[in-house]
Design a protein around this ligand. Structure first.
Ligand code: MN
Ligand code: MN
Length: 467
């Protein structure tokens, strides 16, 4: 009997035993988890694109006392500032009591998601049906985007400088759009093709109309009738699509999944689930943090973080430099002391596709926020591979605050791979570690996450800000 106890003690002391988070949380935390996720679901529905996500985030930030950062502004501890980057990305900060040469604590997430963008000349007619041509954005599995309801969100930038907001399909009573697929009765040849080739990109055409213009004898009468409707509603012509950014995104909203309501199904968890966590944790900071807390909501991660609104843009450096200038601190002195949690989703172990995962190193649904030392592919290629010290720092932070966490690796070695904004932060001489919510069906139009994991990611972000 005594020997058994000793073994049990050894087990407790030596083994890193994975536990289901629901066995570890008390009733108060359970309630906090469910409450937090109600706000998150609204955030998802309001912010289905990076632009609408920025709009809603600004609305919430302003209500919480954040003001737009102006260059040269005097900044005092506790002040809350934000800056929007061209409507598609933003940074927020709560000024800490420590000087900026002590570094800042950053949570960086992205708010763009895989979707279908309209081409610059989208509208055409074929066989008296009108379609929009699309060009997919990010890593999608094309077969998942046919025969689902889609809505359009975006902007048309007019030559006179005005911006027209387009949003059709998201409000009750709105028409929606869809991409058709072949019926099984005629799918014999298509069914023999590999999954990745069965739906070619150029067949992802959005059905947008079928009624010809009355009393017209010319060609393309359906196309003309659609243009007439668009002109009446938005005042635009076919050429105005050239300077538009209109995205087709799933028309369904976030919902609870499962009899026990412990999961959320939605479009765009990747990566608004971490964007919301980083933002909400910043909003919920009760006391002025020691180090300045910075929340980054970046665009263009899904296509390599390039461009003026991506994580590689100098927008981030300019923002932090403007904070530093108020204290005469050189930017590089601030960055080298900073820490960044690159907050992005992880692949959740899926028992239905067990063969692509290595179970000991995969994130499990309900085991908390997944820390990811490295991403990349073919031998960690293209990732920043956090130092052991940075991982230890976060282990301590999370354990001190009883945040439930686990390690996460993106499937089996050489099965595939991926990246995040982590390397672009690390390249700036900032210690950076990836962490985020494990997702089932990542990049699908309808992804699934665990409410407990969402909340623990929020708690992890808070821990980083509080230092
Ligand atoms: Mn992501
Ligand atoms: Mn992604």
């Amino acid at each position: 009997m005594e020997e058994m106890n000793e073994a049990q003690q050894l087990r407790q002391r030596l083994l890193n035993q994975k536990k289901n988070g629901w066995d570890l949380v008390d009733e108060t935390t359970e309630k906090a988890i469910f409450d937090y996720c109600e706000g998150y679901k609204t955030y998802l529905d309001r912010g289905k694109t990076e632009r609408t996500c920025v709009e809603y985030t600004v609305e919430l930030a302003k209500a919480a006392g954040f003001v737009e950062l102006e260059r040269g502004m005097a900044l005092t501890p506790g002040m809350k500032v934000y800056r929007v980057n061209r409507g598609r990305a933003m940074n927020l900060a709560v000024i800490g009591s420590a000087p900026l040469d002590q570094g800042v604590s950053i949570v960086a997430a992205h708010i763009d998601s895989p979707r279908l963008d309209l081409k610059p000349t989208p509208l055409y007619e074929d066989s008296e049906l009108a379609f929009f041509k699309t060009h997919y954005y990010g890593g999608i599995r094309k077969y998942q985007w046919v025969t689902i309801p889609l809505e359009l969100r975006g902007v048309v930038a007019m030559k006179d400088g005005s911006i027209i907001n387009v949003s059709v399909g998201g409000q009750p009573g709105d028409p929606q759009f869809t991409i058709d697929d072949l019926l099984p009765h005629l799918g014999a040849d298509q069914s023999k093709k590999p999954l990745g080739e069965a739906i070619p990109a150029e067949s992802l055409n959005l059905l947008v109309g079928s009624r010809p213009l009355k009393g017209d004898e010319g060609t393309d009468r359906v196309k003309l009738a659609v243009l007439q409707l668009l002109n009446q509603r938005y005042g635009i012509t076919e050429a105005d699509f050239i300077s538009a950014e209109i995205e087709a995104v799933p028309a369904f909203n976030a919902v609870d999944i499962g009899f026990d309501r412990t999961l959320i199904g939605s479009y765009g968890h990747d990566d608004r689930v971490c964007g919301y966590a980083g933002f909400k944790a910043l909003l919920d900071l009760k006391d002025t943090p020691c180090r300045t807390a910075v929340c980054v909501l970046a665009d263009k991660e899904e296509i390599g973080s390039e461009g003026v609104s991506g994580m590689q843009s100098a927008f981030f450096d300019t923002f932090v430099d403007d904070l530093c200038a108020s204290q005469n601190v050189p930017l590089k002195a601030c960055l080298e002391k900073s820490f960044c949690l690159s907050c992005d989703v992880a692949a959740a172990y899926d028992p239905n596709f067990a063969e692509v995962y290595e179970k000991n190193n995969s994130a499990q649904v309900n085991q908390g926020v997944g820390l990811c030392k490295y991403t990349g592919s073919r031998g960690k290629g293209g990732c920043s591979d956090a130092g052991a010290e940075a991982v230890a720092y976060v282990r301590r932070l999370l354990d001190d605050r009883k945040v439930i966490w686990q390690m996460a690796e993106l499937g089996k070695v050489d099965q595939g791979g991926g990246g995040t904004v982590a390397c672009y932060m690390a390249n700036r001489n900032i210690d950076t570690l990836d962490a985020g919510v494990p997702v089932l069906s990542m990049h699908a139009p309808f992804e699934t996450v665990s409410k407990l994991d969402c909340y623990m990611t929020y708690a992890a972000c808070k821990a980083v800000y509080e230092g």
